[in-house]
Design a protein. Structure first.
Length: 96
């Protein structure tokens, strides 16, 4: 059986979560926002997580996209993708 898990926002406690996922050989996808939480993951932690798990975009500021016009929606999504691709030096394939 193959399955995966997904986690949103990028809280610093995701480091402990990754330890558990790695221990039980379970893959996860972490959808990260840059400017949302008071205790976000640091860049080096994101890079470390990306060595074992997928990293996906989740907007830059975590707004309610339905409340934004198309240009602002696009900007939130695109900036998130660009931020992660620059940080990880690889394509960001997923978005949540």
């Amino acid at each position: 059986m193959i399955f995966t898990t997904s986690w949103d926002d990028g809280h610093v406690l995701d480091n402990k979560l990754c330890e558990l996922l790695n221990k039980y050989q379970i893959k996860g996808t972490f959808f990260l926002s840059k400017n949302y939480l008071e205790e976000p993951l640091h860049d080096d932690e994101i890079v470390q997580i990306s060595n074992f798990h997928e990293i996906g975009a989740h907007t830059i500021n975590h707004p309610h996209l339905s409340q934004l016009d198309f240009n602002c929606q696009y900007k939130e999504i695109n900036q998130s993708k660009i931020w992660l691709e620059n940080l990880l030096n690889k394509k960001c394939q997923g978005f949540c």
